[in-house]
Design a protein. Structure first.
Length: 223
């Protein structure tokens, strides 16, 4: 009886980083030039973006305007609010002449995740309204992160504390692909400063466009 010699496994081939093929990112335009600019050319499909800023900076208006533009191209979108009533959001949409935005009030995390799975782009205002404990917040953020793996694009509106830092769970900032801040200009009430320089996993090597200024027209619409 002959004994077969064990076959020698071929050595693993070394591959240079420069030789690794990268899949192109599919970006969705928000139709707000400055917003697209700081994101690196639009929102990346299947990404989790956190938009933070003080009250009155225009976070809700910016997201409603972006959703309306995206929905106009046939993408199924939804604005979910755990705080502001739909009737108030509808007034803002009417003021900005938005026609394609779908609005929904929700405070149940299971219902929220079900809504997320049924849409292409979802804005959530805010995660704190759906849960009451740090553990529940962590579980919800993890579930939202998993939803992006199904190509659902999510924007979470977040508050900032008195120090100007992102308020809420650390998990949100950690799991987000992009952190964007929106703040008022001290010199001009119709100017907003948009900044994505802190974190953007899809940013190009050129960081000079990570911060920009947005102008508001007389109706409060971003130009």
């Amino acid at each position: 009886m002959t004994t077969k010699k064990p076959t020698k496994k071929p050595a693993a081939k070394k591959v240079k980083i420069s030789e690794i093929k990268r899949w192109p990112l599919y970006r969705i335009s928000t139709s707000v030039r400055g917003f697209d600019q700081v994101l690196g050319g639009g929102i990346v499909r299947g990404s989790l973006t956190v938009l933070s800023g003080p009250p009155g900076s225009g976070k809700t208006r910016l997201c409603l305007q972006a959703l309306d533009a995206i929905a106009a191209f046939g993408v199924k979108t939804l604005f979910v609010s755990s705080e502001q009533p739909v009737k108030d959001l509808a007034k803002i949409c009417k003021q900005l002449e938005l026609r394609y935005v779908t609005l929904k009030n929700c405070v149940n995390s299971d219902e929220l995740l079900d809504l997320v799975d049924k849409n292409g782009v979802v804005v959530i205002d805010t995660v704190n309204g759906f849960v009451s404990s740090p553990k529940e917040i962590s579980e919800l953020v993890t579930a939202l992160r998993e939803a992006t793996c199904k190509d659902v694009t999510i924007i979470v509106i977040a508050h900032v504390n008195r120090a100007g830092n992102l308020a809420g769970p650390r998990d949100l900032a950690h799991m987000a692909d992009v952190l964007v801040s929106l703040d008022s200009s001290r010199s001009d009430p119709r100017t907003r400063v948009l900044d994505a320089s802190v974190k953007n996993r899809f940013a190009t090597t050129d960081r000079q466009f990570a911060t920009t200024q947005l102008r508001l027209d007389a109706t409060g619409k971003f130009l």
